[in-house]
Structure formats: C-alpha cells, structure tokens
Write a protein that binds this ligand. Structure first.
Ligand code: PLP
Length: 376
C-alpha cells in the first residue's frame, strides 16, 4: 500500500482542478495581454479567477496579484516593503519558512535593513510582549509572521498581531500558505497588509500563488518586464495555472467544514494509534492540540537504534512523510524550526505527518502499523 502523508509539502491535484485546467491548455493559448479575441479570452479567464478568489476571501479583486507561488509572494512582500515603501526594519522569527527568513537576511545584507527576531513562548507562540517591545523601538517597519507553522502546527493570532502592528504604524505580512483554503479568511476584517498563497498546498497546481496587497498599499514589484499584474509582476500570466488555483479554492471553500472534520479525524486517529503503538511517543509544538493546525502532526519518537533511518524505512514501507521542512522533506540536517522553537532533541527522531482530503482511515491504520514495524 502507498500512503501519502506529506500534504504540508504538497498535495495531489484534485481531478476537478485538472478538469478545469485541461480545456484552458487545449483551447486558450492566447496571450492575455493581446488585444485580439484570442488573447481576450485568456484575459477573461484570469480576471474571472481573480474575482472568484477575492470573493472567497472577502476582498477587492484588485488586491490579488498572481505570482509563481508562495516563495515569490513572500519575496515580493518583503522586498517591496523595503524597496518601495521605505521600510528600514523587518521584524520576523527564526521559525518562519525559509522564503521569509532568508529574504529578510538577504535584505539585511544587501539593503542594510535592520532585522529583529521576535522570541517565542515555550509553546511556540510568538511572545507578544517582546513583539510590543520591538515595535516600540519605532522606525518604518514591516512585521512578517506566519499564520500556521508548517512543521509544528503552531497557529499565531493574526488579529492580535495585526492590531498591534496597526497601532504601532507597522506594516504586517503573514505567510498564510499552510492555512489558506484550510480556514476561512475575511480580509475586510483582518488587519493584514499582505498575505501569501500557494495553490499546491490545497490540491491546486504547482507554480502558482498570489500575494494579497491591501488597497492603498502600492508596490512597484520585483520582476521587471511587462506591465502584467498592474506592473507589480512582469511576465506573461500562466492562465491555466491561475484557473487551476481558482478551481482548487472553489473546491476547498465549498466543502470547508466537511474537509476540516475529515482531516481532523484522521489526525486524531493517528495520534491515538501512535500513543498505543509506541510507548514514550510525544508530539511537537501544537500538533496534538485542538488549537493547532489540523493538518499537521509532528511526532517525536523515543530514542531507538533505527531512529535515524525512520524516514527511509517508512518510505520502503510505502509511507511518505517528512523529516525536515516542507520544502526539504528528507533533509537530514534536522529542522531549523524545531531548533528555533527548542523542540529539537538530538536523542529523538521527529517526523511530520500531514493529512489531506484524499487520505482515508484505512491508510492511517496502515501507517501506524508500518511505524510500529520500524520502531519494533
Ligand atoms: N511558506 C510556507 C509556510 C510553506 O510551507 C511553503 C512551501 O513549503 C512556502 C512558503 C513556499 O511556497 P511555494 O512552494 O509555492 O514556493
């Protein structure tokens, strides 16, 4: 049996999404910037997709800027804030995805931006007192803190953090790659200036996402070229991918509660099964808490001679999971997130299992049995 439990790294493209994309690939090859009818057909599809996305998130369509995915959108927000909006300081955290932390470090080197790292509480939540103290230092600032951590499932309070940023006059970006289409968003109400989306985390195609930019915030963009995406992101739009993103979002939000219930139940089954199967098992971060991201279970296994091989041995058993960060599954260096949040224990192997709409209870039983064999 093959069991895919690495849905935080990427997800299978939904058949409905493929169905929406294929006719675009077959029939709508026009360049959306062309003024003739062939091009206009592609333009219509892109603008319809933008409107559908905006409707789900309760924002104006002009706030959605399509990109090649989450990494580009994170870069666009941070680089744009420094280059175009005069930010001289970035406040972020060591537990961020590398698309944020490495961009912030690169801006520190290349643009002289001050980089302040906010501390975390022992449970992995941002230390809001420390954030308040950092914000009080002043200076034109962008705060970038992710909604849900992709490795340890800790969810940050975006409303609270956004309100603190507003009060301090700072811009607020949140990487919402792991929560977009897994939770509802109301961007009219949420105090954020930028949020990031990546379609392949919710059964859409790879290579497409977007940055939401609050109305009135004007970026010049980082990819020079044509004036696509209102000159914020040059390059011919990927029409089929954008249509696929909107189709995946339609699917996710039409069925959100059923999806959440299904995935929550699978994760609970896995946690209970592992507690029974492996004495001494623990769960990192908020992954076994009802407040945590419901798709991710980060498991810390008791010391065992085969610990270091666990990922490989599970792969041989047909179980796909992850040992490092979302984008470097299989990495043996250990996780920068577990280290940053002090959940790392060199004696114990940590594996991340992440669940999606196509997983079944039978698959979870199989995975538990395979883990029991590995750790026997
Ligand atoms: N941010 C987070 C939290 C992620 O988990 C990922 C992907 O692993 C990304 C950003 C990068 O997104 P993309 O793969 O679309 O570049």
């Amino acid at each position: 049996m093959n069991v895919y439990l690495d849905n935080a790294a990427t997800t299978a493209v939904a058949p409905e999404v493929v169905e929406a994309m294929v006719p675009v690939l077959q029939e709508c090859f026009g360049n959306p910037s062309s003024s003739h009818a062939v091009g206009r057909k592609s333009r219509v599809l892109i603008e319809q997709s933008r409107r559908r996305v905006a409707k789900h998130l309760n924002c104006h369509p002009s706030c959605i800027y399509f990109t090649s995915g989450g990494t580009e959108a994170d870069n666009l927000a941070l680089r744009g804030a420094v280059r175009d909006l005069g930010c001289t300081r970035i406040i972020t955290s060591e537990a961020e995805h590398s698309a944020v932390i490495k961009t912030a470090q690169s801006l520190e080197r290349s643009a002289g931006t001050t980089l302040d790292l906010v501390r975390h509480l022992p449970n992995g939540k941002v230390d809001l007192e420390h954030l308040a103290a950092l914000l009080a230092k002043g200076g034109k600032t962008i705060v970038s803190l992710m909604h849900a951590n992709n490795e340890v499932a800790v969810i940050q309070d975006l409303e609270r953090i956004g309100a603190m940023c507003r009060e301090a006059g700072a811009l607020f970006h949140s990487d919402t790659v792991q929560t977009m289409c897994h939770y509802a968003f109301d961007l009219e109400a949420l105090p954020v200036d930028f949020i990031t989306c990546s379609a392949h985390k919710f059964h859409g195609p790879k290579g497409v996402g977007f940055l939401y930019i609050r109305k009135g915030v004007k970026l010049k963009g980082q990819i020079e070229g044509g004036s696509q995406e209102r000159a914020v992101r040059g390059g011919t739009e990927s029409t089929h991918n954008i249509v696929g993103l909107a189709a995946a979002m339609d699917l996710a939000y039409t069925d959100l509660v059923a999806h959440q219930d299904h995935v929550r139940a699978l994760k609970a089954q896995m946690a209970t099964g592992l507690i029974e199967a492996i004495p001494g098992v623990r769960f990192n971060g908020d992954s076994d808490s009802p407040d945590g991201l419901y798709t991710v279970l980060n498991v810390s296994f008791p010391p065992h001679p085969k610990s270091g091989m666990a990922l490989f041995l599970l792969d041989l058993e047909g179980v796909a999971c992850s040992g490092g960060s979302a984008c470097s599954s299989g990495a043996t260096l250990g996780s920068h997130v577990l280290r940053a949040l002090e959940f790392h224990d060199p004696q114990r192997a940590s594996l991340r299992f992440s669940f999606g709409r196509y997983n079944t209870a039978e698959e979870v039983d199989y995975a538990i049995a395979a883990i029991r064999r590995v750790f026997a």
